[in-house]
Design a protein around this ligand. Structure first.
Ligand SMILES: [Cu+2]
Length: 243
């Protein structure tokens, strides 16, 4: 035991930070599913993989290949989620989208750095400050996003408005409106953000989580498709008939 527990260039602190980051990743993928109110198979796989990797690093973390697998998979998780990450990061006013996304990015970045630190034997004294900085950054993000979310103003529906309900990451399949200037009352009942886009028309409204918004649009008679263009929300689509 004493023979192999202290290697030249002790990687213990980096391994501990790596394990912590992998656990955070596993948990955050579950959180993202919960706030999306949906079973998202790739996220279940990610969660299981990162929980397994955390265990593997704790158990066999002296084996270099275990560290390499954990580091590469953390990097891949980061890269494969870029389309979701970029959009969410520009919308701090939806805390339930923004905070889990930022935390997942921080955890993945920390996992990659800590993994490299353990593999290549970076100075162990740097490991704890890295973990601490990530936790501090996460706390700042929670506070900033919490204030931004609380500051979102709701709208009030007008008598002739067409109500568009976003609920359970679904839009109504059909809507009807008279030609001319139509008021749309956009009601996002979900915790996460959506958009209201009328295709072929100059309408794109951002809908923060649990908020309402009103928009007036002048429409010619015809059929229009409305969607939410948030990545992964392709099923949020319906047809608006204007007559
Ligand atoms: Cu959406």
């Amino acid at each position: 035991m004493a023979v192999d527990s202290e290697q030249p260039g002790d990687v213990g602190p980096w391994r501990r930070v790596l394990i912590g980051a992998l656990v955070v990743l596993a948990v955050i993928f579950i959180v993202i599913m919960v706030v999306n109110e949906a079973i998202i198979p790739p996220l279940i796989v990610f969660a299981l993989v990162f929980a397994g990797l955390a265990y593997a690093v704790a158990r066999w973390g002296k084996k270099r290949w275990v560290l390499i697998v954990a580091t590469v998979l953390a990097a891949l998780a980061l890269i494969s989620n870029v389309p979701f990450i970029v959009e969410d990061l520009t919308h701090p006013e939806t805390a339930f989208s923004f905070i889990p996304t930022v935390i997942s990015v921080l955890a993945a970045v920390v996992a990659v750095i800590a993994g490299l630190g353990a593999i290549f034997g970076f100075a162990p004294s740097l490991a704890r400050p890295l973990g601490g900085a990530a936790v501090a950054a996460a706390l700042v993000v929670v506070v900033v996003s919490g204030f931004a979310t609380a500051g979102v103003d709701d709208a009030e529906a007008q008598p002739d408005d067409v109500t568009v309900l976003a609920e359970g990451v679904e839009y109504p399949e059909t809507l009807a409106a008279p030609a001319g200037t139509v008021g749309f009352f956009l009601d996002n009942q979900d915790l996460i953000r959506h958009t209201f886009v009328i295709e072929g028309h100059d309408v794109k409204e951002e809908l923060p989580g649990s908020s309402t918004k009103r928009v007036e649009v002048t429409l010619e008679p015809g059929e229009y498709t409305y969607i939410c263009d948030v990545a992964g929300h392709e099923r949020m689509e319906g047809v608006l008939t204007v007559s």
